[in-house]
Design a protein around this ligand. Sequence first.
Ligand SMILES: Cc1cc2nc3c(=O)[nH]c(=O)nc-3n(C[C@H](O)[C@H](O)[C@H](O)COP(=O)(O)OP(=O)(O)OC[C@H]3O[C@@H](n4cnc5c(N)ncnc54)[C@H](O)[C@@H]3O)c2cc1C
Length: 480
Amino acid sequence: MATNPGQRVHRKPEKQETMNIKNSIADRDLEALRAAIAGQVFVPGQAGYDQARQAWNLAVDERPSVVVVAGSAADVAQAVRYARAHRMRIAPQGTGHGAAPLEPLDGAMLLRTTRMRQVDIDPAARTARAEAGAVWQDVIVPAAEHGLAGLAGSSPNVGVTGYTLGGGLGWLARRYGLAANSVTAAELVTPGGDLVRADANHETDLFWAVRGGGGIGVVTALEMRLYPVAELYAGDLFFPIARAAEVLHAWREWTATVPDEVTSLSHLLRLPPLPEVPEPLRGRAFAILEAACLGDSRTGAELIGPLRRLGPELDTFAMIPASALGQLNMDPPQPVPGEGNGAFLADFPAAAIDALVAVAGPNAETPLDSVEVRHLGGALARAVPGGGAQPSIDASYLLYAAGAALTPDLAGPVRAHVQAVKDALAPWHASYDYYNFEETPAAAAAVLPPASARRLQEIKAAYDPDQVIISTHPVWPTRP
Ligand SMILES: Cc1cc2nc3c(=O)[nH]c(=O)nc-3n(C[C@H](O)[C@H](O)[C@H](O)COP(=O)(O)OP(=O)(O)OC[C@H]3O[C@@H](n4cnc5c(N)ncnc54)[C@H](O)[C@@H]3O)c2cc1C
């Protein structure tokens, strides 16, 4: 018997049939996306999916419905439009250093910018333009050829974009402030799929949000100021961890005396017994004082003098190129599975030091490799006129604690110890945490000044009312 095609069209499809139709449309559209972009597209089960979804933090298991590895800003725009058409949320990501706090990506698109690493330096204007996938090393090296430095953090492998969107606190912070407040323009794809340029005169709300508020949309490139720092006096003083209390008290007193040209931190570091760790340090635990001093070696040596007189076991202070600052903190150069967290501290008085030493010092049973306290103040404390979502920091110190969780069963205990360190300093916590160091799921309101969190909600309502973009710390849209 011949069938009437018209009848088939008007019959209400069964549920299974509807799903098949939807899947075949999605497959066809995915093929169209593949064909339209220079980058790559991966779905679960496909070769390359696991590598494409892997974050730098190996403890994070992201399982998005699709991964797009964008090759260009045009690719990003195509991917955003595809996601919108298929009602998918979008998680923009570079390296995945900051993947730990993200909500689960089930049903979402992971939009990776790892292939977009072009960096252009304008030596006359003292600016850099970095594509969204660039890591700090990509900026530091070409900038140094012109005697210039960007506001990188402690690790040269961290992405410029994620770091800057969350504030960006590095070795020149007390003199030049947060990296976010040195951004002069952002190119981004809005949640609606339009490629726009945001700066002081265009898309000013987006420009504000990008500078420390985690951003709204998918950044394709950032432009930023560079500073004339070719070399500086910097290094580490290593003390056996048994001297932690004495060293931290002395450092705390010293921080009250230093000018903005000095950015420093104290670091309780437990080094693994691995062959790649140099012999005198291998398998040992230290209290380390690290500092970067702008200026010449004579001035630097004078400034460091009081710390040096404590008699360190090892002293690496010297004039170094600004491009070598990434070595000071000994951050892991390769991806690791890890748990970490931090907190802004309103102050770090003697009682706080004693509390920290009790929980992470020589007598503590701890799986944490690294517990550091950074000195803030200086330029960080002064509101930047026309600055972004973190115009200044109302805290004097910054805590960060972390440990490797080499097997999944270690993640819980390491996380518990990280939390114990944070809790030990609770009496001195500032009113909100640092965006970039809050590695547990936390709303933007927990990591931004209250006025900034409110403005971000309003901007979110205007540009992303459906909450398409998944950002490190979620923002729920509200009308003013
Ligand atoms: C070893 C180490 C050292 C660190 N040192 C410092 C430090 O000294 N100072 C400091 O401030 N922080 C530091 N951090 C924290 C770091 O800045 C954050 O983890 C930051 O989020 C990493 O950015 P990323 O681009 O590398 O990571 P990603 O995980 O790729 O990005 C983090 C988040 O940024 C957003 N994002 C990234 N790319 C885009 C884009 N193209 N468009 C829109 N949104 C985007 C997304 O919300 C994303 O989830 C350090 C982290 C590690 C692991």
